[in-house]
Design a protein around this ligand. Structure first.
Ligand SMILES: CC(C)(COP(=O)(O)OP(=O)(O)OC[C@H]1O[C@@H](n2cnc3c(N)ncnc32)[C@H](O)[C@@H]1OP(=O)(O)O)[C@@H](O)C(=O)NCCC(=O)NCCS
Length: 202
């Protein structure tokens, strides 16, 4: 696509980033509506304010060039560099969640992300791709490909492997960019399968 560009997000993008997850996932994914309801937007803004200020994080956004402020964020991908022996969920558990969140499903998702990242990645510095989505209205126009290509470019430049916990429906998308499936898990109670993929640096 020639009329959108991938760039690093900054603080002026936060209001649009706050609604991105709902715009990307809610039209088709009931599980995501329960875990990340619309009322969680300020929580996303808070998380991304920390990520944007963090030199170990890359918050990639896709938006039209020369767009007015506040920038419309049409797609987002965040990558964070973890130390070789860094454990835990980091800022996924650092802010209180609104009461509308299905806490049991949220906790199960975070627990699996922590468990599998530690299982596959500990012992070496690595990147974790912890959020990726394109506004539903703009899907299928090459924006996801532009974002993941940039993420892979960063990983190759830094010579780091990348871990991602992905929804089953996006698994083949990742395979096309050099990720291999290392594990799968059916989430308790939900019947939703999560995949754990690793891309080895080239
Ligand atoms: C997955 C997602 C990020 C892809 O972004 P997108 O802008 O729609 O994708 P693109 O238009 O760049 O498509 C690139 C290629 O991937 C394919 N593709 C897109 N979504 C796919 C999916 N869910 N599974 C498999 N392939 C997919 C496209 O057909 C296209 O293939 P082609 O190059 O052979 O034509 C986007 O659809 C999305 O946000 N989905 C909902 C949230 C989600 O699943 N996020 C992934 C994190 S687990």
């Amino acid at each position: 696509m020639s009329h959108v560009v991938v760039g690093l997000a900054d603080a002026t993008d936060l209001p649009s980033i706050g609604t991105l997850h709902a715009r990307a996932y809610h039209p088709t994914r009931e599980w995501h509506r329960r875990i990340f309801p619309e009322s969680i937007a300020p929580w996303w803004e808070n998380k991304y304010a920390m990520d944007i200020a963090d030199p170990n994080s890359y918050v990639l956004k896709i938006s039209p060039p020369d767009s007015p402020t506040p920038t419309p964020v049409l797609g987002l991908l965040s990558l964070r560099k973890y130390d070789a022996n860094e454990k835990g969920a980091e800022r996924w558990t650092s802010s209180p969640l609104p009461p509308e969140v299905d806490k049991e499903a949220y906790d199960a998702m975070i627990k699996s992300m922590v468990e599998y990242r530690e299982r596959f990645m500990l012992g070496r510095v690595h990147l974790c791709l912890d959020h990726f989505g394109v506004d539903h209205e703009y899907q299928g126009r090459g924006m996801g490909k532009m974002l993941i290509a940039k993420a892979c470019e960063i990983a190759d430049r830094e010579k780091l492997d990348v871990f991602v916990q992905a929804n089953e429906f996006a698994e083949s998308f990742y395979h096309n960019f050099g990720f291999g499936t290392e594990g799968r898990l059916e989430m308790p109670l939900d019947g939703v399968t999560q995949c754990f993929l690793v891309r080895k640096c080239s």
